[in-house]
Design a protein around this ligand. Sequence first.
Ligand SMILES: C[S@@+](CC[C@H](N)C(=O)[O-])C[C@H]1O[C@@H](n2cnc3c(N)ncnc32)[C@H](O)[C@@H]1O
Length: 296
Amino acid sequence: MAEHPRQFHYNRSIGRTAMTHQDEYYDNMITMLELIWGEGYMAPGGPGNVAKMLSGLDTKGKRVLDIGCGSGDVTRLAASLVGPSGSVLGVDMNAESVAAARARAAQSGVGNVTFETGEAASFAEPRSFDALVARFFLMHQPSPGETLAAAARAVRPGGVVMMLESHMAGLLDTQHSYPHSEMYDAIVRWKCRVVSAAGADLEAGLALYRTFRAAELPEPELRMEAPVEGGADSLIFRYMAESIRSMLPMAESHQIAGFDADEVAGLEDNLRDDVVANEGVLVCWPVVSAYCRLAR
Ligand SMILES: C[S@@+](CC[C@H](N)C(=O)[O-])C[C@H]1O[C@@H](n2cnc3c(N)ncnc32)[C@H](O)[C@@H]1O
C-alpha cells in the first residue's frame, strides 16, 4: 500500500482543527471508494445517494455551486447531470484538494467544471447560481446555520439548496449489526470518537432540518439512507479497515486508544470472518439528504 502523508489542516477561519478530505480519504481510499461508488450501491453519499437526491429536478443546463468540494467527486457528478450546456463551480478552502479536484476533472475529461480555492460561505456572487450543493461539509462547520445562510445567498430566487450529511451517531447504541458484532461495535465507537474529536458533528444528518431553519431557508424535504452489507464479497470490510488506518494519526493526536497499526493489518479479514461465519449483516453510516427550493 502506498504511503501517503497524513495532513490535518488547521482551519484558520473557524479556529480549530478540521478534518478535511485528505484525512479520511487518502489516495488509496479514494480509489477504493470510487470502486464502490462506481457500482453506486454501498458507500454513504455515493452517486446513488446524490442522484436520488437530485432526482425529479430539472438539472440540464443549470449553474451549480458545490461548497467544500474536496477532490470534486460530487462536483463531477453534478457536471454530468447539468450536461454540456450547464456548469459547476467547486470551492474548497484547501488548495491541495482543489489541485486534486482539477487534476481529476481533467483526467476524466469533464469540461464543464471549474474549481477555486476559497472560503465557501463568502465565495460566490449573490443570486448567481441555480443550485447550491454540498456533501459532508456542514458537519465540519462550527455554526452550520450561519454558514448555510451565507452560502445560500449565492442562489437565485426559485433556485434549490441540497445538502447531504452523514449521521454517524445513528450507529451508536442501536442495532448496527445482525447478529450483534462486538468487533463492529468497537469500530463504530472508535470512529465516532475520532471524528468527533476532530471537531465534526456526528449528528449533522438529522440536524439538517434545524440547520435549514436556522439559515432561514424553506422547510427541507429529508430522507435518510443506510446501506446494509453482508457476504464475503462485500467491500464494507475493506472500507472499515482502510478508513481506520487513515484515521490512526488523528486518533493518536487526540490520545484515543483502541486500534493500532498491527490490529488494522488483520482487521479486514477478522471483521469479514466474524460477520460471514454468522451469515450476518452490518449497517453502514446513515446519510441524510435535505432539499428545498427558494421562493421565486
Ligand atoms: C469531508 S470533506 C468533503 C469533501 C466533498 N464534499 C466530498 O463529499 O467528497 C469536507 C471539505 O470541506 C472543506 N471545508 C471545510 N470548511 C470549509 C470552509 N469554511 N470553506 C471552504 N471549504 C471548507 C474541507 O477543506 C474539505 O475538503
